[in-house]
Design a protein around this ligand. Structure first.
Ligand SMILES: Nc1ncnc2c1ncn2[C@@H]1O[C@H](COP(=O)(O)OP(=O)(O)O)[C@@H](O)[C@H]1O
Ligand SMILES: [Mg+2]
Length: 227
């Protein structure tokens, strides 16, 4: 589904090497935890997949297409296959939970009838049907992150990228969010999770990819947390 071939990425005209010689493949349906110390290159890796950043060298293939060569309109199409969730949850404060999800669909050009049909389903999936009418300031941190996940799922992505989604949550809420990500994965969406949460990674025991200084130093299925 996604293939990195000898990918390197630097910042500041080459002064900061964020990733070097990354060879890595993601198959459809996988659940991968990307771990490593702060500054190891986790977010950079994710930003290359979302096309927010471009590699300096190497190739990134998304469904066989080299993203270095995609034009703006194709990039828009590729991005629509990906949902993204961050540690900082930025919901629209003047809109309800349901409206936040609906808004993402409107922006994506989804028809109103489909929005009306799908928003309740997505809220149900994330366990927040009863909070449809709540405003963000009436939701807990964990509930806000669930809405952010619902919003990321609005355009039915094939890949969900979560960059430290539990970074601001307590252990209980963090585990609940992980269970939600596992459920989404069970429904067929590939999940790529960057995290510091060793306890969670140990508990889920899926594929773990460790970055250290911009290089992959560990990549194993059914793995514990290794940094
Ligand atoms: N936009 C940027 N400009 C300059 N340096 C950056 C930028 N983003 C990340 N870096 C640097 O690249 C390296 C990798 O960062 P990052 O991918 O954010 O790591 P992680 O997510 O694992 O903490 C770090 O040295 C970081 O300071
Ligand atoms: Mg990061």
């Amino acid at each position: 589904m996604i293939k990195f071939k000898q990918v390197s990425k630097t910042y500041k005209n080459g002064q900061i090497v964020a990733l070097s010689d990354i060879d890595f493949e993601i198959s459809q349906g996988e659940f991968i935890s990307i771990v490593g110390k702060s500054g190891a290159g986790k977010s950079t890796l994710l930003s290359l997949i979302t096309l927010e950043e471009r590699p300096d060298t190497g190739e990134i293939l998304i469904e066989g297409q080299n993203i270095a060569q995609v034009r703006a309109n194709e990039a828009f199409y590729l991005r629509r296959k990906i949902g993204v969730v961050y540690q900082d949850i930025k919901l629209l404060p003047a809109r309800t939970a349901a409206e936040n999800v609906a808004f993402a669909m409107e922006v994506g050009g989804v028809e109103n009838a489909v929005i009306e049909r799908d928003v309740p389903k997505i809220l149900d999936l994330v366990g927040l049907k009863d909070k449809a009418g709540a405003f963000p300031n009436e939701l807990s941190g964990g509930e806000k992150q669930r809405i952010a996940i619902a919003r990321a799922l609005a355009h039915k992505p094939v890949l969900l990228i979560a960059d430290e989604p539990t970074g601001n949550l307590d252990d209980g809420n963090a585990w609940d969010i992980l269970q939600l990500l596992l459920k989404i994965n069970q429904f067929g969406t590939t999940v790529l999770l960057a995290t510091h949460a060793a306890d969670i990674v140990d508990r889920i025991k899926r594929r773990v990819v460790t970055l250290d200084g911009g290089k992959i130093v560990h990549d194993k299925q059914n793995s514990k947390y290794v940094i």
